[in-house]
Design a protein around this ligand. Structure first.
Ligand code: BGC
Length: 507
């Protein structure tokens, strides 16, 4: 795949934030919103009795028996498959999506995404049996795979260079807003019997239609056009989005970037070379760690989790709305701090912060929540409060940085291949959590929180020793300024690669 993310190290080219770019950004960001909506909707729906009765009668039966094991009432492989199948499909789809992105362009890839979304919404909202429901989730997953590959790339290529970093986190912000909207929709549709869940699942159709029609309005990115040898069209597109007459310098720089990228015939093979090792290993581990903070145990299953600790259905759904709101608000803190305090500070601070929250939640559950019965009111409240504080820590650190760091640490020629691998790793670990969490909750009970705590210690140590600060470092200067001086990663910076780089620069 020879996708190019244009060179952020280049001088700031003259560009205005035009209304047209703004509209394009808003339309594309709807892709993030749909992803978030799909993340948030499944947990609420899984907690609705009408839905369980229809598709998971065994879970519903078990749930009715109040004396039944608290931690196990939702443990059902098929119920988890309802959530997780989406991520499996997205994992597979992201490889196809990276091919369509480079062969056909970002715009058609987004159009494919919206069509997959619409088919998925139709099948899930109209499902009459479990097979139809799961196939619908698979289609939604194809949409997520196509959307998550094309949208961040589109955003970074269409944005004026000086706004690119902020726009990167806008994608995460839209994901959190999508999750929150889903939580609110769950809260209201839970009272609509017997088909509230159909409305909840069908709700994703609205942004999918916006994305479908919106993607007819938006422009193909200049980089994508030039990459496919449509240079004149690319120049025209650049003039249109930049709102200034003199776009020659930026045009030349994109042509140059495309030339360099086209010389690397197989960026995936290049990823395996020693010089790629630091960003490659960090990029993949960040995804493992991001998911093993346990965040999606909360995002997918918050209503189920809150019911487990003894809230009624309504209060549980309302608590999910509260955690969703905190997730959105704390993301703004991340946007504000990331270029001030730096990435490392946020990663380390939040590791301590999340660790404390997980331990407190684990201890309360271990002490006070028996296999049957419920938590007392005060303890249940403390659990919700610490879940909120925990979500806050995630939202300004491992959430956005899990996406930002892989997008800024690869050199140009492997940047988009590296990012595609990171996206698929993320989907893979998300799938694992989605598929396993309810069974782990059943098997490990409160121990699950100590399990995540142990991971948080590991990731905190990893960040401390192995993740260097990249704040304010020009994106193509990582090798010289970050990896070469680093106590560990410098061993992969072989002199012959320097030679190669110099040759390439002089060419
Ligand atoms: C993660 C998602 C998670 C979301 C929560 C994202 O960065 O990749 O898995 O659900 O944050 O806000």
């Amino acid at each position: 795949m020879a996708v190019v993310v244009s060179n952020a190290n280049a001088p700031a080219f003259e560009a205005k934030m035009t209304v047209y770019v703004f509209i394009c950004v808003m339309i594309a960001a709807v892709g993030g919103l749909i992803f978030g909506y799909d993340i948030g909707i499944s947990g609420g729906v899984s907690a609705m009795d009408d839905f369980l009765k229809e598709f998971f009668p065994a879970v519903w039966e078990r749930k009715k028996h109040v004396h039944e094991n608290n931690y196990c009432k939702y443990d059902n492989q098929f119920l988890q498959l309802f959530t997780s199948s989406l991520y499996l499909a997205a994992l597979v789809a992201s490889f196809f999506a990276s091919a369509t992105c480079s062969k056909l362009g970002r715009r058609p890839t987004m159009q494919f995404a919206s069509i997959f979304f619409l088919i998925g919404v139709g099948l899930t909202a109209g499902a009459v049996n479990l097979v139809m429901l799961i196939i619908g989730r698979l289609f939604l997953g194809f949409g997520v795979g196509f959307g998550n590959q094309a949208v961040p790339l589109f955003l970074s290529e269409i944005a004026p260079a000086q706004l690119r970093g902020g726009l990167n986190i806008v994608f995460q912000l839209m994901v959190t807003i999508g999750i929150l909207i889903a939580n609110i929709v769950n809260y209201f549709t839970a009272t609509v019997h017997p088909y509230g869940w159909r409305i909840a699942l069908g709700g994703a159709g609205i942004p999918a239609v916006i994305l479908l029609f919106g993607s007819l309005l938006i422009i193909e990115t200049p980089t994508s056009l030039i990459e496919r040898n449509k240079n004149e069209e690319g120049k025209e597109a650049l003039r249109k989005i930049r709102g200034v007459d003199d776009i020659n310098d930026e045009y030349e720089s994109i042509v140059h970037a495309c030339d360099i990228a086209s010389q690397v015939k197989d960026p995936y093979r290049k990823l395996l070379k020693p010089a790629s090792r630091p960003p490659f290993i960090i990029g993949m581990l960040l995804q493992l760690f991001q998911q093993f903070t346990g965040i999606n145990a909360i995002m997918f299953y918050a209503p189920v989790l809150f019911q487990t600790v003894g809230f009624g259905s309504d209060a549980a759904l309302l608590s999910a709305v509260i955690t969703g709101t905190i997730n959105v608000l704390a993301t703004f803190v991340g946007i504000y701090l990331v270029d001030k305090t730096g990435r490392r500070f946020l990663l380390l601070q939040s590791s301590v912060h999340m660790l404390i929250c997980q331990l407190i939640i684990g201890i309360i559950l271990a002490k006070d929540l028996g296999i049957t019965g419920t938590l007392g009111r005060p303890q249940a409240l403390v659990v919700v409060i610490f879940v909120c504080v925990y979500v806050m820590g995630f939202a300004w650190s491992w959430g956005p940085l899990g996406w930002l760091i892989p997008s800024e640490t690869f050199p140009l020629e492997t940047r988009s291949a590296g990012f595609a691998v990171a996206v698929s790793c993320n989907m893979f670990f998300t799938f694992i959590i989605a598929q396993a969490f309810l069974s782990m909750l059943c098997g490990m009970r409160s121990g699950i929180f100590f399990f995540f705590s142990a991971w948080i210690i590991v990731m905190g140590l990893f960040a401390f020793f192995f993740i260097p600060e990249t704040k304010g470092i020009a994106i193509d200067d990582m090798r010289e300024s970050v990896w070469k001086p680093h106590w560990f990663w410098k061993r992969y910076m072989l002199p012959e690669d320097d030679h190669h780089d110099v040759e390439k620069r002089n060419a």
